[in-house]
Design a binder for this molecule. Sequence first.
Ligand code: ATP
Ligand code: MG
Length: 190
Amino acid sequence: MWPIDNGKGRKQQPNKSTILSRQEITAIESWISQIGIFQFYITAGQLVSTARKTLKFKYKMIGQGFNRVVYDLNNGYILKIALSEVGLISTANEAYIYNNCNEEVRKDLCPVKEHGTGWIIMKKVDTKVPFAIKEYRKLIQLELKFIRHGIIPIDLRIDNVGYNENDEMVVLDYGLFTMDLKNPVLRWFV
Ligand SMILES: Nc1ncnc2c1ncn2[C@@H]1O[C@H](COP(=O)(O)OP(=O)(O)OP(=O)(O)O)[C@@H](O)[C@H]1O
Ligand SMILES: [Mg+2]
């Protein structure tokens, strides 16, 4: 059922896209095949620049975390690409959670458009979160809502939320959320 290979013989996602070109998919596949090679002897900054040099994308990089690099596709969507094994798992996990969660909480997640091994395309959201108590209160309410719906919102913090077109807070990084105790995210950490 779990769509990630991770070198351990489980199934890969087919890398098909209606947005990315064949050349872009090939560049992503080439980068993903190198994950793990550099990780332990270069810095996070060097890892991002190695990924960017391999990918050679025309798109603007609009974000980076510890595990993914994020490009603006200029069509209302963003593309996240894994930089690490955790990034690979996070990407598959976001697609799984978005497609399998309760409808009530799906509207609190940044919508997933397409995904493959180590990459995911999501709606672009506004990431400028005002530094105000009100927003932190919304974040706590969101956290409680996920828990009520059987989702453990691991790593839910202000850097991982944004606002959709209706100005509602949505989670843009739910790669470490988990819906059950058999989830690979937990297996990864335990
Ligand atoms: N849907 C989106 N719309 C706009 N910007 C986004 C979106 N998703 C991610 N970003 C930007 O890219 C940054 C990194 O993305 P994300 O948090 O998913 O990466 P990560 O490597 O999983 O992060 P972490 O370091 O928290 O593990 C975000 O903090 C945000 O600024
Ligand atoms: Mg993040």
